[in-house]
Design a binder for this molecule. Structure first.
Ligand code: GLN
Length: 183
């Protein structure tokens, strides 16, 4: 609907994965995973309702479809969005704080070690990013920094507060493809 769709698509193509753009419920037929890109979550939530996608995606996620949300996608996955009644898929047992980094830090980049990826730190890019404040016990925290949860997994669901698609590093997309789709 919005955001760095092309960058996610390019990343998947580099990894040899075929893609379709999901713009209506029929597009969900036959896919083996779904990426929810960044953007503006209240707008994307409204568009998902308008295009009849919110309920079918939520049902697919509950039925086990691997879904990876970046930034706005993380917000849409969460069961609880602090101070907001905006629409969400309500799948991940997490409380999310939107636009959670102060004004000067609204956009920033940093190298962060992510043990699940092994090897060198990951270059994380945050753009008016949310963070996860707390999670239920079924959620595995993959990156926490200064008390803020920035990358997490719950079964078939993966959520990042940052934008791996804006880097050249394919490790997080590979993690989604291997860890999530081969459960
Ligand atoms: N601030 C946006 C929101 O609340 C998220 C920003 C992003 O996706 N880069 O939806």
């Amino acid at each position: 609907m919005q955001g760095a769709v092309r960058e996610h698509r390019n990343m998947l193509h580099r990894l040899g994965v075929e893609t379709v753009d999901v713009l209506n419920p029929q597009d969900l037929d036959g896919i083996s995973g779904l990426i929810l890109p960044g953007g503006e979550s209240t707008t994307v939530g409204k568009l998902l309702i308008r295009y009849g996608l919110l309920t079918p995606i939520a049902e697919a996620g509950r039925a086990g479809l691997p879904i990876f949300g970046t930034c706005t996608g993380l917000i849409l996955l969460a069961k609880h969005i602090n101070h907001s009644r905006q629409p969400s898929l309500g799948l991940m047992n997490a409380c999310v704080e939107r636009n959670a980094f102060g004004r000067q830090l609204a956009s920033f980049e940093a190298d962060m070690p992510i043990p699940a990826l092994g090897g060198k730190p990951f270059h994380t890019i945050f753009i008016r990013a949310p963070y996860i404040e707390k999670v239920g016990e079924e959620v595995t925290v993959l990156l926490r920094h200064e008390g803020k949860i920035l990358f997490a997994r719950q079964g078939n669901l993966l959520a990042a507060a940052f934008h791996p698609e804006l880097t050249d590093d394919t490790r997080i997309h590979e993690y989604f493809l291997t860890a999530q789709t081969s459960r």
